[in-house]
Design a protein around this ligand. Structure first.
Ligand code: GDP
Ligand code: MG
Length: 420
């Protein structure tokens, strides 16, 4: 599967202009690979249609910026909608904070009167980021609060007035009616639909239901730091005919990124965040070692020595940073978030065992080389158990398999990140 997808993507990255034809060929190749892996036919067909849509997304996103639905210095109202728990309140503040850092004057209005504690949550976020806020503990009419908040901040010449709304656990008529009323009363310049990346198959219906009640103009996908690959985003885009503009990648205010279609698609296809990873290589790996590493990667020969060198780079960085979360395949299993200490100890343990390996073993690309007697020798030499050595080799095999997908891919040079 990895091989054919890599081939398809390579075709696409080699083409100077990605037109309908190139895209279709690429999609056919990917679809064939997916069908061979027993992915449902309907799903593959839908995905084809959805990817065609997402590829246009770049244009849409560019259009979004060009048309300047919202413009710094001019008053604009942005309303957030989405189910309860999707991440609206968090995302509102991230969105406000992001713009504040760029010189905007944002303000937050809490029009969620449904959930107890909603105003407190918004207040806390707003205080942390020093953003003015408006809300009430007494008033139960969301429309009234929304209007008052927007009016207040218009008078204060705030140029980005953000209205946070309530959600429900389910798609309910009452929620959609409330959204319609708030929208009608506050006349937002932009309505952003917030969606949890893990909702999966339900994404299309959910997004469509919101789009039918209010004029959704953009989508933000949250919790992209979790296990979900966010395939539902494709459905949300298709259902709302709106671009994804940002993604949420954690609970903190800074964990918020402008949506970039390429790493998203490669993540969707299980290839890791390729361009983010390349950026990090340029940042972290010493310049003189880069060409060699990139060369090895494009050959798809991920040797134990290469793994050892990567471990060295990581340990040099001190506390394991973001880099590892971007390395294809490294993140989830080897480096679970919040377990950096254990991960570091594990890496050191692996390296000790690799220190007992011969050059031939380190440079070999033949997985059969590591037979029982070699494993026993390494275990003795490093003072670890056979089980430990086997575990390390399993980890290597897992990584090598993922890295083999990179084989033949054109490695973008610095500043050429859009090549993929
Ligand atoms: P709301 O009900 O739609 O307003 O959702 P909240 O903003 O209250 O978020 C629900 C939960 O999701 C909270 O615990 C947030 O901290 C969490 N959350 C929101 N965005 C993200 C994200 O991008 N990543 C992670 N891991 N958690 C998130
Ligand atoms: Mg909320």
């Amino acid at each position: 599967l990895g091989g054919s997808i890599a081939r398809a993507l390579q075709q696409m990255s080699n083409a100077t202009i990605i037109d309908e034809k190139v895209l279709s060929e690429c999609l056919n190749e990917i679809s064939r690979a997916l069908l061979q892996s027993d992915v449902q036919f309907k799903l593959v067909r839908d995905m084809q249609a959805n990817i065609k849509r997402i590829v246009n997304l770049d244009d849409l996103a560019a259009g979004h910026n060009k048309r300047r639905i919202i413009q710094q210095g001019k008053t604009s109202v942005v309303m957030f909608v989405g189910l309860q728990g999707s991440g609206k309140t968090t995302t509102c503040t991230k969105y406000a904070y992001y713009h504040q850092k760029k010189g905007w004057k944002p303000a937050l209005v809490c029009a969620d009167t449904f959930r107890a504690g909603a105003f407190d949550q918004l207040k806390q976020n707003a205080t942390k980021t020093k953003i003015p806020y408006y809300g009430s503990y007494m008033e139960s009419d969301p429309v009234k609060i929304a209007v008052e908040g927007v009016e207040t901040f218009k008078k204060e010449n705030r140029d980005l007035i953000i209205v946070d709304t309530s959600g429900r656990h389910k798609q309910e008529a009452a929620l959609f009616e409330e959204m319609r009323q708030v929208s009608e009363a506050t006349k937002p310049d932009l309505i952003i639909f917030v969606m949890d990346s893990s909702i999966g198959q339900a994404a299309f219906d959910q997004a469509q239901a919101f789009k039918q009640s209010v004029a959704v103009g953009a989508v933000i996908i949250t919790k992209m730091d979790g296990h979900a690959k966010g395939g539902g985003a494709l459905s949300a885009v298709a259902a709302t005919k709106s671009p994804v503009i940002f993604i949420g990648t954690g609970e903190h205010m800074e964990e918020f990124e402008v949506f970039d279609v390429k790493p998203f698609v490669s993540r969707l296809l299980g290839m890791g965040d390729w361009s983010g990873f390349m950026d990090k290589i340029h940042e972290v790996v010493p310049t003189d070692q880069q060409p060699e590493l990139l060369q090895k990667l494009s050959e798809g020969s991920f040797t134990l020595r290469l793994m050892y060198e990567q471990f060295q780079n990581i340990l040099k960085m001190g506390p394991i940073g973001q880099v590892f979360s971007m390395l294809p395949g490294f993140s989830a299993e080897l480096m679970p978030k919040g377990h950096e200490k254990e991960s570091q100890a594990k890496i050191k343990r692996y390296m000790t065992m690799m220190d007992s390996m011969t050059n031939a073993e380190l440079d070999s690309t033949n997985p059969k080389l590591m037979n029982e007697s070699r494993i026993m020798r390494i275990a003795r030499g490093s003072g670890r158990s056979v089980r430990d050595v086997t575990e390390m080799l399993e980890e290597y095999k897992r990584l090598a398999k993922i890295w083999s997908k990179m084989k033949g891919l054109k490695i973008p040079k610095k500043g050429e990140m859009s090549a993929l």
